[in-house]
Design a protein around this ligand. Structure first.
Ligand SMILES: Cc1ncc(C[n+]2csc(CCOP(=O)(O)OP(=O)(O)O)c2C)c(N)n1
Length: 322
């Protein structure tokens, strides 16, 4: 279990570092919002879910997709706009989805996942099928009205919804505390049990998710988990082009969150060594496997056939098929 958590976090980290690099080289179209620094959240939560459970994601969705078992080759092909992408090359980075894995999709609408996850949870309740729905969202999204509306209905109807706030303290180019009244957790406390955990500690996240999932599966209703974390990269790659020299955080702050005892990946390596669960050879072997998987995914994406733009017209509505 522990090594699998590590492998998944490292896969997200390396896959995104590669996107950062190749994006700068103009190897794929469009921008990407990277999840680097927040890997422990998606991996800790998804480690207690099955393919039958649902997740909704955000504009920063690659980590959720990979943590929930989404295929790296298919995700890269999607980002490269290729016909064999997970959404046939029609969605790109901000719409990676795979219903067979319970991934209801990344979403360019901030807060767009609240109602989708709550709807999925309502469906699970009506069918009594034991599934849960986890809604990943950022602290910025918590200022959308649907946050309150969906917590209300999830609480009133005791739905198996898990509200999973990734509090990285930033909303685009704004420090969230400058536009947010009170504490987010107090909003949720009115409706359901709440907990705040260190979102850079994968085992702590996993434990909190385990409790919430057990409660949801037992029909006891929704939970709110707030994971304190930090995004290392910009809001999106090449954000400097938008900022025109403006700054919303200091370089020191970023460096502080990259320290070995804070970064979720290096920190977990230390835990694995201290617990005697992995030595340097084990970690090196996982690093090699992950690097090979990323290289293979790049080769796969580059070799794929470009998607046919005409397809966009025939995939617009449910029931249409090209
Ligand atoms: C409805 C809507 N409003 C505004 C935006 C522009 N926007 C994109 S990301 C973002 C901030 C999101 O912050 P947060 O939810 O904390 O997520 P993070 O980027 O920190 O992961 C905003 C305002 C949008 N995409 N959708």
């Amino acid at each position: 279990m522990h090594l699998d958590l590590y492998r998944r976090m490292l896969l997200i980290r390396r896959a995104e570092e590669c996107l950062a690099r190749l994006g700068q080289e103009g190897k794929f179209p469009g921008g990407v919002h990277l999840y680097i620094g927040q890997e422990a959240v998606a991996v800790g939560v998804c480690s207690v879910l099955s393919d039958r459970d649902w997740i909704t994601s955000t504009h920063r969705g690659h980590g959720h997709f990979l943590a929930k078992g989404g295929d790296l080759n298919a995700m890269y092909a999607e980002i490269w706009g290729k016909a064999d992408g997970i959404c046939r090359g029609m969605g790109g980075s901000m719409h990676v989805a795979d219903l067979s894995k319970g991934i209801l999709g990344a979403n360019g609408i901030v807060g767009g996942g609240f109602a989708i996850a709550t709807g999925a949870a309502f469906g699970a309740k009506l069918r009594n099928d034991g599934r849960v729905a986890v809604c990943f969202f950022g602290d910025g999204a918590a200022n959308q009205g649907t946050f309150m509306e969906t917590m209300n209905v999830s609480s009133a109807w005791q739905l198996p919804t898990i509200f999973l706030c990734e509090n990285n303290g930033l909303s685009e180019f704004t420090v969230s505390s400058t536009v947010t009244g009170g504490q987010l957790v107090d909003r949720a406390r009115a409706f359901m049990p709440t907990t705040i955990v260190d979102g850079n500690d994968v085992l702590a996240v996993r434990a909190a998710a385990e409790t919430a999932v057990a409660r949801a599966r037992a029909g006891e209703g929704p939970s709110y988990i707030e994971c304190t974390t930090y995004r290392i990269r910009g809001h999106l790659e090449a954000e400097d082009a938008f900022l025109a020299g403006g700054k919303y955080r200091t370089a020191e702050e970023v460096v502080m969150w990259q320290a070995a005892d804070r970064d979720p990946v290096t920190r977990f390596e230390i835990v694995l060594r201290n617990l005697g669960l992995a030595d340097e050879d084990d970690l090196a072997s996982i690093r090699r496997d992950v690097a090979a998987a990323v290289d293979a995914a790049v080769a796969h994406a580059e070799a794929g056939e470009p998607a046919d733009p005409q397809l966009a017209y025939s995939l617009m509505f449910a029931g249409q098929e090209a």
